[in-house]
Design a protein around this ligand. Sequence first.
Ligand code: NAD
Length: 443
Amino acid sequence: MKITIFGTGYVGLVTGACLADVGHEVLCMDVDPGKIEKLRNGIIPIYEPGLESIVTHNVSAGRLLFTTDTAEAVNHAEVQFIAVGTPPDEDGSADLQYVTAVARSIGEHMTGYKVVIDKSTVPVGTGDKVRGAVRSELDKRGMELEFDVVSNPEFLKEGAAVADFMKPDRIVVGTESKRAEDVLREIYYPFNRNHDRMIFMDLRSAELTKYAANAMLATKISFMNEIANLAERLGADIEHVRRGIGSDPRIGYHFIYPGCGYGGSCFPKDVTALTRTARDCDYEAKLLTAVEHVNMAQKHVLFDKVSHYFRGELEGKTIALWGLAFKPNTDDMREASSRRLMESLWKVGAKVQAFDPEAMEETQRIYDNEPGLQLCGTKEQALKGADALVICTEWKEFRSPDFASIAQTLSHPAIFDGRNLYAPEMVERHGLVYYAIGRGKNQ
Ligand code: NAD
């Protein structure tokens, strides 16, 4: 099938590459000429495991093309995916300007039936806005053309996006049109062979499903962080508690890790946007508000521990930081906990020597002229001349470090671990003081 995708970010590019990989003829359109230029030259603007080879392979097979030309994109296919950003607006609600801009472009250029599929995460009711935007452009042209609007939210995880897209847990489709339903079945047929993963529903329910999924995951994290903070004060160890509750199949082991707060481009903005949606329909989402507040406070926990250890005297100190990305296997720094920590440290006159396997370039871009930041080529270099070590991201290569050498290199032998990577006795055996999240004594 011929398919057009608007937006070549984490979602659009992965969607385009994976759909091309099963044989569809995909044209990806982006308004960012720099991005399209890079992609045409085989340079992948983001880090996502497995993405580069799948893009390169399908570009050379001629099934994956890139353009900045809107008319060309609209004319390429009956199927038009919208995968552009929906960042938070000033009041926390989702900013729909990019989604509606694409909808208007489709209305402006279409000459026949289109299925407009919204893959971006958008508030309930956006489908109607997209329909209205397409229709008003058609009206301006005095044309009456048929089209359907479908919600097909994306559930891929950054860091495992290609694998998630290729083997999805579910493919949610919100539509009231049988014609559109058939088109969606055909698009996803190659991904749906082992068992039926497609879940059809009305458009508004599909839009809400995406927010509900992210809000539930964020709730699990904030819940565990709340219990971790309690454990710390009660002399209990959250890691024992985690295993103790995870063994109940009604709870399960997945996604109940305590830490230094959730970040990324989705959970923070989606929880806020859903809270805002609730307010708009006169409902106070008390639980969601609490999830958000707990998370904001959790992002301060590491700084508070470091500050407490140095008795508030952080001016002139150098903190080694392992992990900048909001989670492992990505270079995404949006809402990363490391950012809150670094900014707090700089405010009190401390310096940061940081290392991340993938997010250094992005960090450099964000904090270009920050005198308090030194990016280091290896995790060992980050330790040199540092007073203490903080860990913000659970990259695999941080899991089994040389504790003896860390103890020798740091001028204060302390590790502040925002991801509970180590067994405390293993760290302490080397004369290091270990501060983690919710781990009873010492905290
Ligand atoms: P992103 O910021 O990485 O990419 C968005 C892209 O859209 C950018 O390249 C931008 O230049 C482009 N764009 C903006 N306006 C455009 C237009 N009019 N025409 C064509 N391109 C345009 O965003 P992302 O992380 O891929 O997220 C996209 C959407 O998917 C968001 O709604 C997000 O909430 C949702 N989502 C993201 C993830 C994730 O893990 N990143 C997962 C599921 C859903």
